[in-house]
Write a protein that binds this ligand. Structure first.
Ligand SMILES: Cc1ncc(COP(=O)(O)O)c(C=O)c1O
Length: 475
């Protein structure tokens, strides 16, 4: 490069191209790879670390003012779906922080972009402090959202799923003011802010909170009675619209119920509801904080062919940085949406890497059967069904959709779902509960690093625990 060219480059570009950075990255990623060797199977805790670990967990619980679901403290290192805990145990992580760690643990590619993030001028990005990766992430999310016909031309980044949903609520309410009622599905989970706790259909999640949002619940799709369930839901919608004319601002939909228990709806169900909402000038909002990238399309609204019907979509979890996308029709007035932090530099760069890897890795395809995500689903569900065949009544479907795998264990009681989840944890497999009456068990595998052998191992551990529970119930 000539001296002239060199002087026209920005200092940031010269830093990024400095061979010392490439060398440091190569050294660091190689160190990670070297120390990952051997971290490829589950292991029990080391006896000498058990007492100190338990003390740390208890101290943490005391400081937090509440117990942890699992006594989980990561050592801060792992290998793909395997994670090393601070007690020396190694777990096979098939829940990934509830769908966050799509590239698993200590992924060298994320170490690489993490170094770029460390070299960014600021730790955080936000209202007055955006770097180019924020533009790239926004552009990528809009490009994916519009590629099959939606009009979601705009996107604002934010720090959590709850904040993405809050922004969605504000945008929809402002546009449709003075309408203020929300249609949401029974059994929905929307997030933990006060407004979202009002909408979430779990009474104990809003105990003692003031009512800020008026919600009319609609029954979710019932896979056992598709036509009847659509009819019932539409009848309730019409009844509420007649009861409160022009008061509904939002139809809030999670297309595969996540916390609700891994139930998928159907195209016809969602399309019929959304079409009617559009006629009534009610904003069609899809909460994709959990469903983004879990089918063979980037967004679940694309899987259910709602492209021409969605007004606002939110995403989070696997994208590391969260976002609210909206159509031009729903552009907020100045002053409504802004934040000191939209994300930290590492999460924005990691999110970009993850979404690009999903695209390049064959997860998003036109034909569902050729998607890597859908093939992983089939393998996992095949393993679960084989256990159910061996121990009838132990693990019942429906088994979720795509990268969201779930089942109802035994009698579907909350106690049994918790017992199974805890026993899996002790055996080295991390899943989690979902839903209520029945309570279910679910997995959100790290889509970018899960290989068939990991699913085989997960199913082996699951079978071992189920066999033990069956034997205990018989004896
Ligand atoms: C569908 C859905 N919406 C919103 C949220 C809230 O996201 P966060 O916990 O990042 O605030 C979640 C989290 O589980 C979710 O599953």
């Amino acid at each position: 490069m000539s001296g002239n060219q060199e002087s026209t480059r920005l200092a940031a570009q010269r830093l990024a191209a400095d061979p010392r950075i490439a060398q440091a990255k190569a050294l660091l990623t190689q160190a990670v790879r070297d120390h990952q060797l051997g971290l490829d199977q589950v292991r029990p805790p080391r006896p000498e670390l058990v007492a100190g670990y338990a003390e740390k967990v208890a101290k943490f619980e005391g400081l937090r003012g509440g117990t942890l679901y699992f006594p989980y403290l990561s050592a801060g290192f792992g290998n793909g779906p395997y994670v090393e805990l601070a007690d020396g145990s190694v777990k096979l992580d098939m829940i990934t922080g509830i769908g966050v760690h799509g590239m698993g643990h200590s992924n060298p590619d994320l170490v690489d972009v993490g170094i770029d993030a460390v070299l960014c001028d600021t730790v955080m990005q936000g209202n007055l402090q955006q770097n180019e990766p924020s533009v790239e992430m926004t552009e990528l999310l809009v490009k994916l959202a519009t590629e099959t016909g939606s009009d979601l031309q705009h996107c604002v980044l934010t720090t959590s799923g709850a904040m993405a949903n809050e922004n969605a609520l504000k945008i929809a309410f402002q546009k449709n003011s003075p309408a203020h009622r929300v249609f949401a599905f029974e059994n929905c989970f929307c997030g933990r802010s006060i407004a979202l706790s009002n909408m979430t259909d779990r009474p104990n999640y809003r105990v003692g909170l003031p009512v800020t949002t008026t919600v009319d619940y609609l029954p979710f799709y019932d896979h056992r009675d598709p036509a009847g369930s659509l009819q019932r839901t539409m009848a309730i919608l019409e009844k509420q619209v007649a009861r409160y004319p022009n008061q509904h601002a939002i139809l809030w939909m999670e297309l595969i119920a996540g916390e609700g228990g891994y139930y998928a709806g159907s195209r016809e169900f969602f399309q019929t509801l959304a079409r009617r909402a559009r006629e009534l000038k009610i904003a069609v909002v899809c909460d994709e904080v959990q469903t983004f990238s879990r089918t063979n399309r980037p967004y679940a609204f694309q899987y259910f062919e709602l492209d021409s019907l969605v007004d606002i979509v939110t995403i989070g979890k696997i994208t590391q940085v969260c976002a609210t996308l909206f159509t031009s029709n729903y552009k907020p007035k100045p002053g409504l949406v802004s934040q000191t932090f939209t994300g930290n530099s590492a999460s924005i760069l990691a999110g970009l890497k993850i979404v690009r890897s999903l695209i390049e890795g064959g997860h998003f395809t036109q034909d569902a059967h050729s998607s890597k995500t859908m093939r992983l689903h089939d393998l996992f569900v095949g393993g679960i069904k084989a256990i159910e065949a061996k121990y009838p009544g132990s693990l019942q479907g429906p088994y979720g959709l795509g990268g969201m795998v779930g089942f109802t264990p035994f009698d579907g009681s909350a106690a049994v779902a918790k017992e199974l989840t805890m026993k899996l944890y002790e055996a080295g497999l991390m899943g989690f509960i979902a839903g209520d009456a029945p309570s279910r068990v679910r997995f959100l595998m790290p889509l970018l690093v899960t290989e068939p052998r990991h699913i085989t191992e997960a199913c082996r551990l699951l079978e071992q625990v189920v066999a033990g529970m069956v034997a205990a119930r018989q004896g």
